[in-house]
Design a protein around this ligand. Structure first.
Ligand code: FAD
Ligand code: UDP
Length: 392
């Protein structure tokens, strides 16, 4: 097929652009994917021993408040009514997470109402109360007071980031709500659920179009294959969703990431922990959490005598590890500015997605930003000959 556009990477950003280009503009699209499957990090498959759907690159929960994204994703899949809830084990006692009135009352062995609890936390936040601190340590204390911070956040964050919370940005903790009622939903979004037939069925549906061709096991930087960077850039419009630093041969240094090691076990029972995610707040337990994927789909007929669990260990990513969470240190931010400048000058190439822009993006954000990039850049390029990349 003689493609009109080449998309590097088949995560949600690349898939959304591919689908729009084929359906909306009638273009011929070629997707080049390094892995042996499409879907990027949202990919899931049935575990061969139990048949339970496992998210290969870490648990993925879909949630959004963006009406346009919700309408768009419902074209390809329906969603189950799954509502995500998380619990955390601190010194052998299980509490609900994010911190809510239930957690507060259980922790202090009390029966506070919302106002009493607010007053107590404010007092415990001490000198940091009401301020808008810059780092995670101060932000955590100002939000929930020192005792709750030390029990549920400090050591967990230490395990997750292996960095002193005083050196981490406050924004990491701002993702976690604190509630003075008994609402223990993990997300605040209007819509949430899991794809009824699984992520892979959803992903396959997005590219079910005769104009979309996919080449898996194909690395954009491998010059021995015909769709490499060297062969394509400047000759064909390219949407690039691989790592930004790699595209420029690490000329400004490598951007730093965290990765996760998953340790899979098969406990001999039908239900190991009674819920999908159990966090472990204390430093003595080396993993951050245990995922039991069967609980993502209580409506399915999974075996009742076996289950699968994954323990998650977080660490700095080395060169060959999967990059999962951008670290965003000062050094990273400086390099990122340079890489963005280079990207803007790269004629005919549009950088997108979490790797291509070095940002943590939830699925709905990756899809939302792809829809916007399609409207503002890709469609004007093909309809009116406007440049594809952002500088001009
Ligand atoms: P990706 O999915 O990373 O896709 C990029 C693709 O490019 C990959 O398939 C990669 O193989 C390919 N590629 C890279 N380099 C090359 C190359 N040289 N040649 C060819 N192909 C290449 N989001 C949520 O909404 N809810 C969650 O619960 C959630 N949990 C997450 C848990 C973890 C551990 C992680 C890491 C992410 C989680 N996310 C979650 C975020 C979600 O994974 C992203 O939003 C989504 O992956 C973004 O899609 P993308 O297309 O930007 O990138
Ligand atoms: N966090 C924590 N204790 C918990 C859960 C989260 O301290 O039990 C902190 C931790 O710093 C983490 C951040 O809150 O990095 C954001 O949590 P989230 O669940 O969004 O992290 P993710 O699942 O994306 O790793």
């Amino acid at each position: 097929m003689e493609a009109d556009i080449v998309i590097v990477g088949s995560g949600f950003f690349g898939l959304t652009i591919a689908e729009r280009c084929a359906n909306e503009l009638g273009l011929k699209v070629l997707i080049v994917e390094k892995r042996s499957h499409i879907g990027g990090n949202a990919y899931s498959e049935a575990d061969p021993k139990t048949g339970i759907e496992v998210h290969k690159y870490g648990a993925h929960l879909f949630h959004t408040s963006n009406e346009r994204v919700w309408e768009y994703v419902n074209r390809f899949t329906s969603f189950t009514p799954y509502v995500h809830k998380v619990y955390t084990n601190h010194r052998g006692v299980v509490y609900s997470m994010p911190i809510n009135l239930g957690t507060i009352n259980q922790f202090f062995g009390a029966a506070y109402g919302p106002e009493e609890a607010r007053a107590l936390i404010q007092e415990q936040a001490g000198e940091l109360s009401g301020k808008d601190p810059e780092n995670l340590n101060d932000k955590g204390i100002s939000l929930i007071g020192r005792p709750l911070y030390e029990a549920f956040i400090k050591e967990y964050t230490g395990k997750q980031w292996q960095t002193d919370p005083k050196e981490l940005p406050a924004s990491i903790i701002s993702r976690l709500p604190v509630r003075y009622n008994y609402d223990n939903r993990y997300f605040n979004d209007t819509y949430e659920g899991l794809p009824t037939e699984g992520y892979t069925a959803w992903i396959n549906k997005m590219v079910e179009h005769p104009n979309i061709e996919i080449l898996t096991d194909t690395d954009f930087f491998d010059e021995s294959q015909p769709y490499s960077k060297a062969a394509l850039v400047g000759k064909k419009p390219v949407i690039y969703t691989g790592p930004l630093d790699k595209y420029f041969d690490y000329s400004q240094g490598a951007l730093s990431w965290r990765t996760i090691d998953f340790e899979t076990e098969y406990p001999e029972c039908g239900d190991y922990q009674g819920t999908s995610v159990m966090n472990y707040a204390d430093a003595e337990i080396p993993f951050t959490r245990i995922i039991e994927p069967r609980h993502f789909h209580p409506e399915r007929d999974y075996p009742t005598d076996k289950t699968i669990i994954m323990k998650e260990y977080s660490r700095f990513a080395e060169a060959n590890d999967e990059p999962y969470y951008p670290i965003n240190s000062d050094k990273d931010r400086e390099a990122l500015l340079e890489y963005r400048r280079l990207a803007e000058q790269e004629d005919g190439v549009l950088f997108g997605g979490r790797l291509g822009t070095y940002q943590y993006l939830d699925m709905h954000m990756a899809i939302g930003s792809a829809l916007t990039a399609f409207d503002n850049k890709v469609a004007p390029h093909f309809r009116d000959g406007k440049p594809l990349n952002s500088a001009k």
